[in-house]
Design a protein around this ligand. Structure first.
Ligand code: PMP
Length: 402
């Protein structure tokens, strides 16, 4: 494992040359050169997986399948066959909804969804409820923007089938107490789907220790390419899943009378897959494994805390930030976030403004939207200075008297 050096780490990201201030890693992280090279090399060589038997195709298939094992090691899944490729977190959650829950659901059944969730972990459940007559039950946050396990207990009823909760809020960086939540849900016989889209890159994840029923993430928030994600399913849940899409390479036999499915995960992956995405993810996982992640994370959070300290001094600012997290959302009393954003934009700081695909959370926090700065290990103190300078100037411009 290489020692973490902020300078050396940052240097590996071509997008950061010309001292760009990128503070939007919660939306998507940048790719290191090695990931870009691996994807490029795949397209230069080409080839098809699981279809052809010439040497190059066989080697490519082996590499492609070996990435499942890399993912299994990352999250400590018992078997590589419990890793299903998807297009990303959104598709993974939709797959759980349609492939696992839908066949088990009856009118009047309940799905608990926390108020912290990204729309990707709310809409699939609302749409499923609409289709089946089931009900989505809101698990409200506390006044501190957290999830209290004590508030969960009364929501769990004999009709509850599933609890959907995030590993880390994409708005505040808050991490719910997953172990206690899962324990409580399992005591009531309720399965838990964990949205790891934000959490995966910032903390070690052990799906066996958590006893997660389902866990998912997208490669593009883990220094990998877009368009590829994973769904992990516990073996008993995987056995209950039914494919919802049909196509090539998912069956062992088909005729006009019927078909026999391939075993999991391949029966959930019909059609030519995103081979370039898997090769890129594999490279991103090599990259991830080669650095001292604890040191990288400590650096990331140190930067975020420094930014919080400086921003907090601005009059009228309201911060939404869980201490020790890489994400900071903020608003200013009397000022519209979009007005601030258009001025900040002139300073070339890549921030995000809006509702962050979390409208129910915005309502619960009592804001119409926020500005959001999200940090990654490739950021530097200069980025914090640039952010604070830009926000301060924008604030002054909007509040100075004529
Ligand atoms: N959940 C959370 C917490 C997220 O932050 C995101 C992405 N912003 C998603 C789910 C959806 O991920 P994707 O767009 O890669 O499917």
């Amino acid at each position: 494992m290489r020692k973490f050096s902020p300078e050396g780490f940052r240097h590996q990201f071509p997008a950061l040359r010309e001292s760009k201030c990128y503070l939007d890693s919660a939306a998507t992280s940048l790719c290191p050169q090695t990931v870009i090279d691996a994807t490029h090399q795949f397209y230069q060589t080409g080839g098809s997986v699981h279809r052809s038997h010439y040497l190059q195709a066989k080697q490519l298939t082996e590499r492609y399948e070996a990435c499942r094992q890399q993912v299994a090691e990352l999250i400590n899944a018992p078997q590589a066959e419990q890793i299903i490729w998807t297009r990303g977190s959104t598709e993974s959650i939709n797959l759980v909804a349609q492939s696992w829950l839908q066949p088990l659901l009856h009118p009047g059944d309940e799905i608990i969804v926390s108020e912290l969730e990204h729309h990707a972990n709310l809409l699939p459940w609302l749409m499923l409820a609409e289709k089946t007559g089931a009900k989505v039950v809101r698990w409200p946050i506390t006044a501190h923007g957290e999830l209290a396990v004590d508030d969960l207990a009364p929501l769990l009823t004999p009709r509850t089938r599933l609890l959907a909760v995030t590993q880390m809020s994409n708005v505040t960086g808050y991490r719910p107490p997953l172990a206690a939540i899962i324990h409580q849900a399992h005591k009531a016989g309720v399965a838990v789907v964990i949205d790891g889209a934000q959490g995966i890159v910032h903390q070690p994840t052990d799906v066996q220790q958590l006893d997660a029923d389902f866990y998912l993430f997208s490669a593009h928030k883990l220094y990998g390419p877009t368009g590829i994600g994973i769904l992990y399913a516990r073996s008993d849940r995987l056995a209950q899943m039914r494919p919802v899409q049909g196509g090539g390479k998912m069956i062992t036999h088909v005729d006009f009378n019927g078909y026999r499915l391939q075993q999991a995960p391949w029966c959930f992956e019909p059609g030519t897959p995103n081979t370039a995405g898997v090769i890129g993810l594999s490279s991103a996982l090599d990259f991830h494994r080669a650095i001292d992640w604890q040191a990288a994370e400590a650096w990331t959070c140190q930067l975020a805390e420094h930014a919080v300290k400086q921003l907090a001094q601005l009059p009228g600012i309201k911060l939404f930030h869980a201490p020790g997290s890489p994400i900071i959302s903020f608003v200013f009393e009397q000022l519209h976030s979009h007005d601030l954003f258009s001025l900040i934009n002139e300073y070339n700081v890549a921030l995000r403004v809006g509702q962050h695909c979390a409208q129910p959370l915005m309502q619960a926090l009592g804001v119409s939207g926020t500005l959001r700065a999200s940090f990654a290990a490739y950021n530097a103190y200069d980025d914090v200075e640039q952010l604070v300078r830009a926000v301060t100037s924008a604030y002054q411009l909007l509040t100075e008297e004529e």
